[in-house]
Design a protein around this ligand. Structure first.
Ligand SMILES: Cc1cc2nc3c(=O)[nH]c(=O)nc-3n(C[C@H](O)[C@H](O)[C@H](O)COP(=O)(O)O)c2cc1C
Length: 668
């Protein structure tokens, strides 16, 4: 444990935990006392387990089973369900909440709820759900107040209202959002207003989670408590003693041929949420990395520039401003930690067949798979462990003091924040911390892991090249911020993954010491292009004002390169004003490139820098620079038909628009 947290952190932990009862002291004492990688690709081989890959019905390439029914009411009847929990999620939180809620409904009230991806059912069929059943919606807001990809069709159907009546429908709704965005939790608002308009009955006030406060989990737990109170007091459901019922059947089958295992390739089904989205998205390909280098490397901050070749995939096209979705894998030390603490090291390559106990449940994992590839490529094992998971975990502790410790961590919000959330303590680290001579986690059901860990999701990057200048080779710009807590360094999963790729690429080493197992990927990356709304004006003569900070420069690098190319071929190009926020002079990435472009095109490109942490020049933010130039910006926009683009944090964007907006008001 001291290796993980360091001595000073044990001391800090002591202060936190020694606040109250004797239980805590016991819990501290107990706590303190305590690749051979095959390299075969199956991509081109026919899959012998085709029929058991996924229960997900909607694959467009025929890899997945076809849905028995897209009528939600029929599905509820066929599976004897009491109701449905619909989820609309982009990065997996709402989906995880839906799964957890269904588990709690069963274990506490004996209620059987179907967990359903909103895009798996025909929206109209919701009108057939009888009054004896009910629906729960858990939906997040994305983009600029937009629904997640898998909720887009349903929300647009509902918002268009049409000649529908949902007077049969009883529902509850919970929204996930972030109040720093202009359209805070807009999707759940649109959903509930539309449902009310067509006569559906809301069972209890809508719940909302605000990620800006870091309170998404707490907000969900609070709303769930209200929901369960409604179950008891209004619907008359009786609570039953807790009984754990596994949701997944995991069978080790050494007779399966090891070359047929999924070893990390993102199966098309994993991207179904994206392929069926309203936003055009290419299929996932294994794309060769043509070059990768660090643009900047300081103790706390790194920027990486990566160029990726898409020339071998003619169907994969991008437009300037699009996004690249990168599918990461988990770092080897975290994979090994989980395998070790679960006593699975000896069977890390053993083929597994995973199926849902409940036939209507959709699996998120391809079959067959091994423990190692499951943890490395298909589950989010690096995310901080949730409070609810800690409480559920406590039920499987063999030792009373560990049980009490976990219960306390799960129940005490402040303790949880200090111990888990702020330090990115993931499930493996918690299990390791609470492993003692008397607590070996031997009673932990394997199904619990699949229930508690979300499926690994892609990370999105703005493409930083122009599709006109470089149609077959796109680039991304990745900022890597790391947080050091004692001897524990953490960062975002994908940025760490890309950073590791960069290190390996520079050192040309693919050894086992590497944090990430990249050997089987060589210099390739699983990725797909996703269309964006961030587009240059159709007519190049319109001015563009681009405001950004840090890696927010990425799409503007593509914009500027494209317009300069257009100018070179004789097109009329409007003024480009770039306001770029950096911490200091050395933080100015792509400096040489931008300075050359400015020198060669002084009449169309102006670059205005704002250094927020400089020792030599006054500290300024892009907001200040925008305010200083607001009259000119207003003129470019109102008189010359200019476009304003902002790429950065939501609060920065709000500040910039309000300060430029003031000028608009003054001028009108
Ligand atoms: C690119 C991006 C755009 C977002 N846009 C909004 C928004 O317009 N309104 C809002 O309330 N929240 C917004 N959010 C916050 C998400 O809704 C929030 O992080 C939520 O917990 C994600 O849930 P999910 O993982 O289920 O998709 C945005 C988040 C990201 C990353």
């Amino acid at each position: 444990m001291s290796k993980l947290l360091g001595t000073s952190h044990l001391a800090a932990l002591d202060t936190i935990l020694f606040q109250t009862q004797i239980d805590d002291i016991i819990f501290i004492l107990y706590a303190i006392v305590s690749y051979g990688l095959y390299h075969r690709y199956i991509k081109e081989k026919p899959d012998p387990y085709h029929h058991i890959w996924f229960d997900r019905p909607q694959s467009i390439d025929g890899n997945c089973k076809i849905a028995e029914s897209r009528n939600i009411s029929t599905k509820l009847d066929e599976n004897n369900k009491d109701g449905v929990i619909f989820w609309g999620s982009q990065s997996g939180t709402a989906e995880t909440f839906a799964t957890r809620l269904a588990r709690d409904c069963r274990s506490r009230f004996g209620l059987e709820m179907l967990v359903a991806d909103l895009s798996d059912y025909d929206p109209e069929s919701i009108g057939d759900v009888p009054t004896s059943k009910f629906a729960i919606f858990i939906v997040s807001t994305y983009g600029e107040g937009d629904p997640s990809d898998n909720a887009a069709q349903f929300i647009s159907w509902l918002a268009s209202n049409g000649p529908i009546s949902l007077s049969n429908l009883r529902y509850a709704a919970f929204g996930l959002g972030n109040s720093k965005y202009q359209f805070y939790n807009r999707v759940v608002d649109v959903l509930t207003q539309s449902l009310d308009t067509v006569g559906a009955t809301m069972m209890l006030p809508v719940g909302k989670a605000d990620d800006a406060q870091g309170a998404t989990e707490d907000d969900f737990i609070a709303w769930k408590t209200t929901l369960f109170t409604h179950f008891v007091e209004t619907l008359g459901y009786g609570e039953r003693p807790y009984v754990y019922e596994p949701a997944w059947k995991i069978v080790e089958d050494p007779s399966l041929d090891i070359i047929d295992l999924h070893t990390g390739d993102p199966v098309e089904c994993r991207s179904d949420r994206f392929t069926k989205s309203a936003v055009p998205t290419s299929t996932i390909q294994r794309l060769p990395i043509k070059s990768i280098h660090r643009l900047l490397s300081t103790e706390s901050r790194n920027f990486i520039h990566m160029e990726i070749d898409i020339g071998d995939y003619p169907e994969m096209k991008y437009r300037t401003g699009d996004h690249l979705a990168v599918w990461p894998s988990n770092p080897k030390p975290e994979v090994d930690r989980l395998l070790k603490v679960l006593h699975l090291e000896g069977s890390r390559h053993t083929p597994l067949l995973i199926s849902a106990v409940e036939p209507s449940t959709q699996t998120k994992i391809p079959n067959p798979v091994s423990w190692e590839s499951l943890f490395r490529s298909y589950l989010e094992i690096c995310a901080p462990v949730s409070r609810e998971t800690l409480i559920s975990l406590s039920r499987f502790a063999e030792c009373l003091s560990v049980r009490a410790g976990l219960e306390k961590l799960g129940a005490d919000v402040q303790l949880y924040q200090e111990f888990c959330a702020n330090r990115h303590i993931n499930l493996g680290r918690v299990l390791e911390y609470f492993t003692t001579e008397f607590n070996t986690w031997s009673k932990l059901p394997q199904s619990f892991l699949l229930e508690s860990l979300a499926g690994l999701a892609p990370r999105y990057y703005s493409i930083s090249s122009s599709s006109i200048v470089s149609p077959k080779r796109l680039s991304i710009t990745v900022a890597i911020d790391t947080i050091s807590i004692g001897n524990l360094t953490t960062g975002g999963l994908n940025t760490s993954y890309i950073s590791a790729m960069c290190t390996q690429s520079l050192s040309q080493s693919h050894d086992d010491e590497s944090e990430f197992t990249l050997v089987d990927q060589g210099t390739k990356l699983y990725a797909q292009v996703r269309a964006s709304k961030f587009r240059l004006p159709v007519l190049a003569k319109h001015p563009i004002i681009m405001v950004c900070a840090g890696s927010g420069i990425a799409p503007f690098r593509g914009f500027i390169a494209e317009r300069i190319r257009l100018a070179q071929i004789g097109r009329e190009v409007g003024k480009m004003m770039l306001l770029f926020g950096c911490r200091n002079d050395e933080d100015y990435i792509y400096r040489e490139e931008f300075e050359t472009m400015h020198k060669e095109n002084p009449s169309i490109l102006e670059i205005i820098l704002a250094y927020s942490r400089s020792n030599v020049s006054p500290k300024r933010y892009v907001q200040d620079q925008a305010a200083e130039r607001k009259d000119e910006i207003a003129r470019l926009m109102t008189e010359d038909g200019g476009y304003l683009y902002i790429c950065g944090s939501a609060s920065m964007a709000r500040d910039v628009t309000s300060r430029i907006g003031d000028s608009h008001k003054e001028n009108t």
